[in-house]
Design a protein around this ligand. Structure first.
Ligand code: ADP
Length: 221
């Protein structure tokens, strides 16, 4: 068995991380680990974790590091993460990045950054819908509309994520700006960062990401 393919996807909300993560996972047979999805599922199921993080998620702020690090530590210990993973939404702080470095010890890590400017992100997030059943992502033509549409994959109802409204969107973008720079500097200093232009078509972005991963995997051999 080769080295595990451990990937951290960094990018602002609306940069296409979820869509691209799914494609990378398909291509390399890796589990997609979205900390946002894990937290939202916990809120929906009203578990003790969900009750704890509910208010933070509704406001667009960050859940505390200790809780997030515990959550990711136990998720990465599951058998499907042995051959690698795509982490989406973690790390978001330097403490989380250092904890991940310690967890991975000598194992390789690739950090991929999806670059998209602010105004384009607001536009995309306002138009975003998610299937309430299978979680597929959609871009509608309308901003902040409320028309009901159905998922073309499973027939589920398309909904807006609770935090995809303009005030929370702006808060999430601000939170990202405050936290991303140190993370980018950290991975850049480690020599494991590749920045990709996230404004290109989603197919082009996928191509660039797969190329960066293949190059990264080859360098490790
Ligand atoms: P986004 O679309 O804003 O990138 P995510 O789906 O990654 O959102 O996360 C949704 C929310 O979950 C965040 O706004 C934050 O409150 C919380 N969250 C997710 N991952 C983390 C993390 N690594 N550290 C702190 N909070 C997190």
């Amino acid at each position: 068995m080769g080295d595990p393919i451990n990937i951290v996807l960094i990018g602002p909300p609306g940069s296409g991380k979820g869509t691209q993560a799914a494609r990378i996972c398909d291509r390399y047979h890796l589990p997609w680990i979205s900390t946002g999805e894990i937290l939202r599922a916990a809120v929906k199921a009203e578990t003790p974790l969900g009750r704890k993080v509910h208010d933070t998620l509704s406001s667009g702020g960050l859940v505390d590091d200790a809780l997030m690090i515990d959550l990711v530590r136990s998720r990465l210990a599951e058998p499907d993460a042995i051959t690698g993973f795509v982490l989406d939404g973690f790390p978001r702080t330097i403490n989380q990045a250092l904890a991940l470095d310690a967890l991975l010890a000598e194992h390789p890590l690739l950090a991929l950054l999806l670059d998209v400017p602010g105004p384009e992100l607001e536009r995309r997030l306002g138009a975003r819908r998610i299937c309430s059943t299978c979680k597929a992502l959609y871009a509608t033509g309308t901003r902040y509309g409320s028309e009901e549409e159905l998922c073309s994959k499973c027939g589920g109802t398309l909904i807006r994520r609770d935090d995809d409204n303009i005030d929370v969107i702006r808060n999430r973008l601000q939170t990202y700006r405050n936290t991303a720079d140190p993370l980018i500097a950290h991975y850049s200093a480690r020599g494991v960062l590749t920045a990709i232009d996230g404004t290109a078509s989603s197919e082009k972005v996928t191509k660039a990401l797969l190329k960066a991963i293949d190059a990264g995997v080859r360098t490790k051999k």
